[in-house]
Design a binder for this molecule. Structure first.
Ligand code: PLP
Length: 287
């Protein structure tokens, strides 16, 4: 569903009033970074963590843009009726007025944001959550996956490959190790311990990944950030993926084979419950 109001370079306008140059480097080169931030009942979920990552991505690609991001996004959400919305924010390096690979600091970044409705999965309850079916395939991306760049062609092609195989997501393998999903981080549970690939330039530092580790730590659930080989999936008790708009999701099959008994596992239920409570605290101003 479309946004009723979008934000473009200082203005809140209808989508058909928002125009960007054909020479915008976001369009020509994917020379841009982005964030996707869930809002529940009009309140940003881990907004500061998303803005910190945006600042990190901007610094990493040397785009100089400094706005009151929270004020812009809160206002955009308000103008779109509040409620449960996913906000997309993109900052590109802007346009030189012609096509050129080189850039200088005189370009003015293009800032675009729009919203789309999302489900409040935490209010829905655990029974409503559909498990994921995934495939395992090669990670074709560049080696700076810590930057949330709009250069998503490898992610898109591999997700399409998953869809055509009847799956919902693909887990990616590089140099014999699992990295993450095309738009999610990865967790493997064995004998009560949560394992997840280490933070590095090979994966995105997911805000939901961070929250899972925080909640695990508070609840005394052991976790380790380690290298994980794809062969290890076969003996996992549970596999999860995580992202902002989907939260923590159980993976039920991998390449058509069930994970353990093919059901949502007990530790996933526990983590989902911790998420639900955290979200409630956030909504009521207690977190
Ligand atoms: N990894 C990739 C490649 C992603 O695109 C995303 C989110 O879109 C994530 C991980 C999860 O990040 P977050 O939890 O901040 O949404």
């Amino acid at each position: 569903m479309k946004s009723e109001v979008v934000y473009l370079n200082g203005r809140f306008v209808a989508p058909d009033q928002a125009q960007v140059s054909v020479f915008d480097r976001g369009f020509l080169f994917a020379d841009s970074v982005y964030e996707v931030i869930p809002y529940y009942r009009g309140v940003g979920f881990r907004l500061q963590q998303h803005l910190d990552r945006l600042a990190y991505s901007l610094r990493a690609v040397r785009i100089q843009a400094d706005e009151d991001w929270a004020a812009i996004l809160d206002e955009l959400v308000r103008r779109n009726g509040g409620g449960n919305l996913s906000v997309y924010l993109q900052v590109s390096r802007g346009s030189a007025g012609y096509r050129t690979h080189t850039y200088d600091d005189s370009m003015r970044p293009t800032v675009f944001a729009c919203t789309s409705p999302i489900r409040d999965i935490y209010s829905d309850g655990a029974e409503q959550i559909q498990g994921y079916n995934v495939i395992v395939t090669a990670d074709l991306r560049w080696r700076r996956c810590d930057i949330k760049s709009t250069g998503l062609l490898p992610n898109i092609l591999v997700l399409q490959q998953a869809r055509e195989a009847g799956a919902d997501e693909a887990l990616l393998v590089r140099d014999g190790l699992l990295s993450e999903g095309t738009s999610s981080n990865l967790f493997v549970v064995k004998q009560g311990v949560i394992y997840t690939p280490k933070r590095s330039s090979e994966i995105l530092g997911g805000t939901t990944r961070e929250l899972i580790l925080e909640l695990a730590s508070e609840a005394g659930i052991p976790y380790q950030e380690v290298d994980i080989r794809p062969e290890e999936l076969a003996t996992a008790d549970e596999v999860w993926i995580s992202s902002s708009t989907r939260g923590v999701m159980p993976v039920l099959t991998i390449d058509g084979e069930p994970v353990a008994d093919g059901q949502k596992g007990p530790l996933w239920h526990r983590m989902f419950d911790l998420f639900t409570r955290f979200q409630h605290r956030l909504m009521t101003g207690e977190a």
